[in-house]
Structures are given as structure tokens and as C-alpha cells.
Ligand binder design. Structure first.
Ligand code: AP5
Length: 205
């Protein structure tokens, strides 16, 4: 499939969880704006420090910062045949900017009701060595690595509620925007991880 794919959905929908299999199936590199911002923050760059206050509060980072980040990233050689966007675009201005610099062939919307989101986010743990995403209940980590797992600073109940409200007010209108362009495909994200993966794989053939 030519062009880029967008993984779309509320926080905790399973975008990061599903990304690996899509990368494997399509050969397109994953571009996660959340991961890029966290890396910038860990390196202590100016951009990372600017993004920090928004991320920890669960608010969206300003569009110009995000669009600048994506423009730079898309200049890399590995982006030539399209990429898998994870967590971008998140506003109509971001989608408009993206439409000017890259072709999007499919938007995969992972649908999960709000009631399921808080439990997923609060129980999420990350392995800082491999980047693997775990969940205390839905995907427990092997016991030998459990002591090194970390929890994201924005994975608390207060920040999740702000992230959900940012999603509903600023991001969810994008579904209609992409539906009108005929490229939105929805999958049920409120089922076992393997079943979500199977639904997505049917879209990629
Ligand atoms: P970002 O890192 O993109 O966070 P997010 O969109 O809130 O998404 P998450 O990473 O929380 O969830 P996910 O869908 O990847 O779920 P996961 O697979 O981990 O953004 C963080 C912040 O950066 C934003 O708040 C904002 O400040 C800023 N930002 C980033 N991009 C931006 C942009 N474009 N514009 C402006 N600001 C931006 O799964 C979650 C948990 O559930 C895991 O524990 C997993 O194991 C579990 N799980 C997954 N699938 C299932 C399943 N089917 N059943 C049960 N459990 C499951």
C-alpha cells in the first residue's frame, strides 16, 4: 500500500500496542509524536521542556511545535514510501498541514468507549529498555523485568480525564474530516488485543 497510514483513537485505545504488527506487515516506520516528545524531554532539549507542561497536564502541545517536528522527521530517507503515524494528526490544522506534505492512504480508527480508557491508562507500565507496553491486568510483564518497569507521568486519573476531554473537543472531529475524504476505517478496540490486531490486518491486505 502506497502512502502513509494514520492510527487514530482516544488515549489508551491501543495505538502503540497495535503499531508493531502494522510496521511488520507494511514495512512502514512508526512515527509516534508522543514518543518523539518524550525523547526530547528526556534529552532536555528546548522543545522537550516546552512540551513538558502540556504533556503532564494532559493537554495538547501547540500545533506549530508538532507540525515542525513532523516536517523534520519526514525528511528522513526511511519516510519516502510512507509511514505509520501514531498519535498524529490530533487537530484539524495538523491534518491540513499533513495533507500538504504527505499522502495519507488510510486512517485506522480504534474505537474504545471512555469507560474502558481510565483502567487501561492507569494500569499501563512501560519497559524503558525495550519500549514494550504492558498492563498490570491485561498484559502483565514477565516477573524478571517487573522491577524496571516505569509508569508515564501523565498516566494518572486526573491527566487522563483532561486527555479524554482534549480528545473529544479537538481530535475526534478529525474522524468526520477523514470520513469525508473516504479513507477512514473503524475497528472495534474494545476486545482482546489479538482480535483488534486481526481486524486491522484485514484492512491491510
Ligand atoms: P501519546 O503518547 O500519543 O498518548 P495518547 O494518545 O494519549 O495515547 P497513549 O499512548 O496513551 O495510548 P495508546 O492508544 O498508544 O494505547 P496503548 O497501546 O499504550 O501523547 C502523550 C501526550 O503528548 C499528549 O497528551 C499530548 O500532550 C502530547 N502529544 C502527542 N502527540 C501530539 C499531537 N499530535 N498534538 C499535540 N500534542 C501531542 O494501550 C494503553 C494500555 O492499554 C496499555 O497498558 C495496553 O497494554 C492496554 N491495552 C491495549 N490494547 C488493549 C486491549 N485491546 N484490551 C485491554 N488492554 C489493552
Amino acid at each position: 500500500m502506497g502512502g502513509s497510514i494514520v492510527l487514530f483513537g482516544p488515549p489508551g485505545a491501543g495505538k502503540g500496542t497495535q503499531a508493531d504488527a502494522i510496521v511488520l506487515a507494511t514495512g512502514k516506520p512508526q512515527i509516534s509524536t508522543g514518543d518523539m516528545l518524550r525523547a526530547a524531554l528526556a534529552e532536555g532539549t528546548e522543545l522537550g521542556l516546552e512540551a513538558k507542561k502540556y504533556m503532564e497536564a494532559g493537554e495538547l502541545v501547540p500545533d506549530d511545535v508538532i507540525i515542525g517536528l513532523i516536517r523534520e522527521r519526514l525528511k528522513s530517507q526511511d519516510a519516502i514510501n510512507g509511514v505509520l503515524f501514531d498519535g498524529f494528526p490530533r487537530t484539524i490544522p495538523q491534518a491540513e498541514a499533513l495533507a500538504e506534505i504527505a499522502e495519507v492512504s488510510m486512517v485506522i480508527s480504534i474505537q474504545v468507549p471512555d469507560e474502558a480508557i481510565v483502567e487501561r491508562i492507569v494500569g499501563r507500565r512501560m519497559d524503558p529498555e525495550t519500549g514494550e507496553i504492558y498492563h498490570i491486568k491485561f498484559k502483565p510483564a514477565p516477573s524478571e523485568i517487573s522491577s524496571r518497569l516505569i509508569q508515564r507521568k501523565d498516566d494518572n486519573e486526573d491527566a487522563v480525564r483532561t486527555r479524554l476531554s482534549a480528545y473529544h473537543s479537538q481530535t475526534s472531529p478529525l474522524a468526520e474530516w477523514y470520513l469525508q475524504r473516504g479513507i477512514l476505517k473503524s475497528v472495534n478496540g474494545n476486545q482482546a488485543m489479538g482480535d483488534v490486531q486481526e481486524e486491522i490486518s484485514l484492512l491491510l491486505v
